[in-house]
Structures are given as C-alpha cells and as structure tokens.
Design a protein around this ligand. Sequence first.
Ligand code: SF4
Length: 62
Amino acid sequence: MIVDPIRCKGHGICTLKFAERIDLDKWGYAVIDSEPFEEERLIKRAQRAVAACPEHALSIDE
Ligand code: SF4
C-alpha cells in the first residue's frame, strides 16, 4: 500500500478502515506500514481504505 504525500490532506479516515497498517503522524497525515501482506482479510481492509480516502491518495501496490 502506498500513500501519495501530495494528495494526502490528513483527514484520517483511512486509519479507521485499516488500522493494522495505516497510522497517522502528529499532523494527521497517513503513514503506511509497507510490510507486504497477502491475507484476504487485510486485502479487503486495504481496499476499503483506498475507497474511503476522499483525496484518492491511497493505492495498493501489487
Ligand atoms: S483518508 Fe486519505 S487524505 Fe485522509 S489521511 Fe488517509 S490517505 Fe490522507
């Protein structure tokens, strides 16, 4: 999972959808744990986070 730091506006919605891998820095911008994952459960949560970001700042790297 990748965050585009230019697009990210720090809404923080993403961490509510995928708290296992997305944290927020002290200004509220997304910080991604870049450890790869293959579990279906985590992939679904990642997809929900991508869909929820109002700035389209998140993407899933295959
Ligand atoms: S929801 Fe999108 S814009 Fe908001 S913190 Fe997460 S990545 Fe950034």
